[in-house]
Design a protein around this ligand. Structure first.
Ligand SMILES: *Cc1c(COP(=O)(O)O)cnc(C)c1O
Length: 391
């Protein structure tokens, strides 16, 4: 059996888990405008997990989880790519196969369970697209109302998904950072549980289930993991899952994690070298990792430094060409932000031992953003009436 508390990722203060508490009240006082969130809370586990089932590592009891098949996504081991790169232990964890098409479902599921446990019937969320469409879908399964703030530039498929699931959608005129601020004002004023990434501690905790699954599927800890990074919550969730496994002596060491960013949205990567977070007007084809200021920047940086992690930045061309290569070589179609993790592997592989176990975490499905995918392919303009017209 396990018991759970919150622990501040900055000052180590401990708190009881309650739905009102989102950030460490002490550290939150130091919050500066245009900087990552101060006082992000993590869940601390005590005791012994009763099994290796990821649900048994989470701070909400099973009975509150909506009946939705989140997680348990496949770990691909595609022959053609292993041979091409000469990396016999290369794996792809395809989280694009979650019910709403992205890894965000892992966080939404735990947030929904946490809201239900506490009798809260509305969830409020800002998103670049995937967290919102995920919360909308999981919220529908859980019988929760969802108030969603998206930037007006969000890919259409993600807007359509959210509306199909029945969310109440508000479009922010400027960008994701504006949507984030508006949603916080809304939940403070009108109530509901805010699911903003990093702000709600259950977002980091929910995403850790991917690490426990990878461990269960491989029956060992990978040497290297590649993951794309926007706000830095998936990255921190990955670290959290492996830290839990290390705490319970299920694994002997932490994996080396490679955080992949687009050059046009690379605040964490730059902070890794400079020690400071500088705001950037983010611009990249990979919309899911496009943020001006990463909300979970401090914790992401702390984890990367503590466990010898790496940061890699990529051009949009590199991201799009890796997306095409992955699709055409093994039938795995990921959205650009997800394919970026594969582009990161391609960039790093020269410094890796080819016999190491590498996992590329693919965070979202390719059909979520067809306009970006269109940039690298040509739809035939000519139509024919007879095969004589071929060529
Ligand atoms: C959200 C998301 C990311 C980035 O996750 P962060 O927690 O913001 O770093 C990467 N890929 C996809 C497909 C996503 O939806």
């Amino acid at each position: 059996m396990l018991t759970f508390d919150y622990k501040c990722s900055q000052c180590d203060a401990k708190y009881e888990i309650t739905p009102e508490l989102m950030l460490c009240p002490e550290c939150e006082l130091e919050q500066k405008r245009g900087q990552p969130l101060k006082g992000v809370l993590e869940v601390e586990l005590k005791g012994t997990p009763i099994s290796n089932d990821p649900l048994d590592y989470l701070p909400v009891e099973r009975e509150y989880f909506p009946d939705m098949p989140v997680g348990n996504t496949p770990l691909w081991h595609p022959e053609k790519l292993l041979q091409k790169h000469d990396f016999p232990e290369l794996y792809f964890k395809d989280d694009g196969l979650n019910p709403t098409g992205s890894l965000k479902d892992r966080a939404s599921l735990l947030v929904a369970a946490f809201a239900r446990k506490n009798g809260i019937d509305e969830v409020v969320v800002a998103s670049t697209g995937n967290a919102g469409s995920s919360m909308a879908g999981v919220g529908a399964a859980a019988g929760l109302k969802v108030k969603l703030f998206l930037p007006k530039s969000a890919p259409q498929a993600k807007l359509i998904q959210s509306l199909q699931y029945g969310a109440d959608l508000v479009l922010a005129e400027k960008n994701y950072d504006q949507a984030f601020a508006l949603s916080l004002q809304y939940s403070k004023k009108f109530g509901g549980m805010n699911r903003n990434t990093a702000y709600n501690p259950m977002t980091i905790e929910g995403k850790k289930t991917v690490s426990i699954e990878i461990f269960n599927q491989l029956d060992r800890v990978p040497d290297h993991i590649f993951v794309s990074v926007g706000d830095g919550v998936i990255l921190s969730g990955l670290y959290k899952g492996f830290r839990d496994l290390l705490q319970f002596k299920k694994i002997p060491k932490m994996p080396e994690i490679h955080g992949i960013q687009a050059l046009g949205s690379s605040a964490i990567s730059r902070a890794m070298s400079s020690g400071e977070f500088q705001e950037q007007h983010a611009e990249t084809v990979a919309d899911s990792i496009s943020v001006n200021m990463p909300s979970n920047g401090y914790l992401a940086l702390k984890n990367l430094k503590a466990y010898s992690g790496h940061c890699v930045t990529l051009t949009d061309e590199e991201i799009l060409s890796s997306q095409k290569e992955l699709s055409s070589s093994c039938g795995l179609f990921s959205e650009p932000a997800a394919a970026a993790a594969y582009a990161g592997f391609l960039k790093q592989k020269k410094i890796l031992d080819p016999n190491s176990t590498c996992v590329v975490l693919l965070t979202g499905n390719g059909l979520k953003d067809i306009n970006s995918a269109l940039k690298n392919i040509v739809i035939p303009s000519k139509t024919i009436n007879s095969l004589d017209e071929l060529n």
